[in-house]
Design a protein around this ligand. Sequence first.
Ligand code: SAM
Length: 285
Amino acid sequence: MDNNNKLSNPQETIRVMKENGFTVRKKFGQNFLIDSHVIDKIIAAAEIDKDTEVLEIGPGLGTLTQYLAEAAKSVTAVEIDDMLIPILEKTLASYDNVRIVHGDILKQDVNELFGGRPFKIVANLPYYITTPIIMSLLESKVPAQSITVMIQKEVADRMKASPGSKDYGALSLAVQYYSEPYLAANVPPNCFMPRPGVGSAVIRLKILDKPSVEVKDEELMFKIIRASFNQRRKTLANAVSHFEGLNFSREDVEKALEACGLKPGVRGEALTLEEFSALANALSE
Ligand code: SAM
């Protein structure tokens, strides 16, 4: 399909919305892409070719989907909004490698959609549920090779942040435990219709074959991480010993910190993922 006739042309997006009497639903985080250069950057960052099976989350009117269908082997697109399903059937009618699934990505058995085959995830995500979607995909250990998504710039910065920076926190550690993040592009609000109130970014998370650190009790490590960043101004020992669901005294935590070569008064924001895993291992003994 010629780029002019695609939905990345704003006139075409307006025409399709009018023709179908569709108005954007804010509750579903609908901000449609209207810039072909941004879409090209997403496809390049995701490293899509004719052997790639793609899972797209939230195809909307089908804007990104039209480009994905031309670049990939196949696209499975999961959309929650029932009003968009008949529209997608029309805007994607000329592609025979697209499967439209009506459903909520958070309730979808993603593995079943691909019968265990590897795939790549690509999306312009609904911003109101970015973190739950990414975390459920990472934690469910689906055989996805990468997740390339448009998200709020501020969330992208948190995902790739390093110790000591203001953006560093539980999300950085969780994302970097399962994947290698790479910021592919910053995207201004005028690339969307309607324009979001925040800046956006395209981030690619390359899923690691195995987590980046070895830890005996993964759940305990993430509880310690959550506790440490729950009250950033407290020392780690203080925050962890007062956290619900963790039964350690301040002395227990201080001893474990010392055993790991860390100062008893250290704050969570100074610890690397390796240090959190060592601390969790020391506390699980
Ligand atoms: N991909 C389109 C584009 O780039 O123009 C639309 C992106 S829009 C930011 C997000 C899309 O996700 C909307 O179509 C919205 O209806 C859909 N969506 C929101 N919540 C969803 C969920 N839980 N499961 C699947 N799709 C969802």
